[in-house]
Design a protein around this ligand. Structure first.
Ligand code: HAM
Length: 431
């Protein structure tokens, strides 16, 4: 019986791998240009870290974590997101002593036990970016601008919408006041809400605003709006963030119902959404989480960041154009006829590769005669689309030379073995 991959996980096969490389390369270029540095983190952490940061009442912590006891009896969890682990490292290694903001990014797999569907996996990948130690709203705007720039370089910005919101903070005159009002409203209309909303209403009322069911939407459209309850610190912070976005020419919409699925957010939150991916419409999401670093035992540093869902971005990218493969297509095909020739050509392959030329060596099955072998290898060279084939058989060896064949014109000439590498380098060898 063959063994299949676990439900909800997927392989990234070679053709698609090109898109992944492009996404990661552009991410690094853009993040580097804004002064972010890479940090690499473990993919599992102590379970407490996620429970404390993402929030006990969230879907992620309640039902989506891959949690297990290791052999030493410690409860560990495969990371469902990267922010918590990154902040753990920030605190643990005292990174906060450096000049602020500390700007970091990381990329890799995340794990959530969600119901798999198009665009939603149990192992998926994020590009995660965090800027720590600065609460100025211009940082909020810059972080969003950087995310938009990343999508612009991928030619996707025009197909995405930037949605922003402010969630206020835990100041009693801000979100808590709103929460009380919201719960009062929801309780008054509970009979028209779905079971899930009724249950969430008590546990995590803001998340109710996220329900997509039409019957709930009708109730929620009349709910009080958080924007009307922002305190005297949060309202201007949001106003300034918007001003700076406008100064940079970033188009956005304010989505009062953008509440996000993690509890650590305060003030600015945002998502980049598309209508092209069905129900899983967010390709990236993030926001501010002032207070979280302190909650995890660190200094009272504010923070803001986002994560991009790589699978969803890759899904939006067009299939890789033929040209994108070209610089990795072999430029030179070496055809040794016999063992002595192979021994002579192997170091040639090494030298050319060290100079950045993609080389394929035609080792392989012996045919009945050298002539047949030569013909079948040249066929292979043609199929690979290389620029030059190098043939080295017993006759050539005896003369101390190799034949270099231009695969386009078919012209063939003898080159002394001692100058073969230089000659091929001069020809450029790149397809
Ligand atoms: P999140 O909204 O949970 O935020 O995830 C960010 C992105 O990851 C989503 O917009 C989506 O594109 C992708 N994603 C999430 N779950 C899945 C899944 N099951 N399958 C495929 N893609 C998925 C966070 O994770 C926060 N840590 C972001 C952040 C960083 N906030 C501040 N800093």
């Amino acid at each position: 019986m063959t063994i299949h991959a676990v439900r909800g996980v997927h392989d990234i096969l070679p053709g698609e791998g090109e898109k992944w490389r492009r996404v990661e390369r552009i991410a690094r270029e853009v993040f580097d240009s804004y002064g972010y540095e890479e940090i690499r983190l473990p993919i599992f952490e102590r379970t407490d870290l996620f429970a404390r940061s993402i929030g006990e009442a969230t879907d992620i912590v309640q039902k989506e974590m891959y949690t297990f006891e290791d052999r030493g009896g410690d409860s560990v969890t495969l990371r469902p997101e990267a922010t918590a682990g990154l902040l753990r490292a920030y605190i643990e290694h005292g990174l906060f002593v450096h000049p602020k903001p500390i700007k970091l990014y990381t990329m890799g797999p995340m794990f959530r036990y969600e119901r798999p569907q198009a665009g939603r996996y149990r192992q998926f990948h994020q590009l995660d970016v965090e800027a720590l130690g600065d609460e100025h709203p211009s940082l909020d705007a810059e972080v969003i601008a950087m995310l938009v720039e990343f999508f612009r370089r991928l030619d996707l910005a025009e197909r995405l919408q930037v949605e922003i919101n402010s969630l206020g903070d835990e100041n009693p005159t801000c979100r808590p006041r709103y929460r009380t009002e919201l719960v009062r409203y929801l309780r008054a209309h509970a009979d028209r809400l779905c079971d899930e909303c009724r249950e969430r209403m008590e546990r995590n009322p803001l998340r109710v605003l996220d329900c997509k069911k039409p019957e709930c939407r009708r109730v929620l459209d009349g709910a009080p709006a958080l924007g009307d309850f922002l305190c005297e610190d949060c309202a201007p912070h949001f106003g300034k963030t918007r001003e700076y976005l406008e100064a940079m020419g970033i188009r956005y919409v304010v989505s009062p119902r953008l509440v996000r699925g993690l509890d650590y957010y305060v003030r600015t939150t945002f998502e980049l959404t598309t209508t092209e991916l069905g129900a899983q419409n967010a390709v990236a999401g993030g926001g501010r989480y002032d207070g979280l670093i302190k909650l995890l035992g660190g200094p009272p540093d504010p923070g803001i960041g986002f994560a991009v869902g790589v699978e969803r971005v890759v899904q939006l990218l067009p299939d890789v154009a033929q040209g994108a493969w070209q610089d990795r297509r072999p430029g030179v095909f070496l055809i040794p006829l016999g063992d002595e020739a192979l021994r002579r050509l192997l170091p040639v392959a090494g030298e050319l590769r060290a100079k950045g030329i993609v080389v394929e060596v035609g080792h392989g099955e012996r045919k009945l005669t050298r002539e047949l072998e030569r013909a079948s290898k040249l066929e292979e060279a043609k199929r690979l689309g290389v620029l030059h084939a190098v043939i080295l058989g017993p006759d050539e060896l005896a003369r101390g030379e190799a034949k270099v064949k231009d695969m386009k014109s078919g012209a063939q000439r003898a080159v002394p073995l001692s100058g073969l590498v230089d000659e091929l380098l001069a020809l450029g060898g790149r397809a």
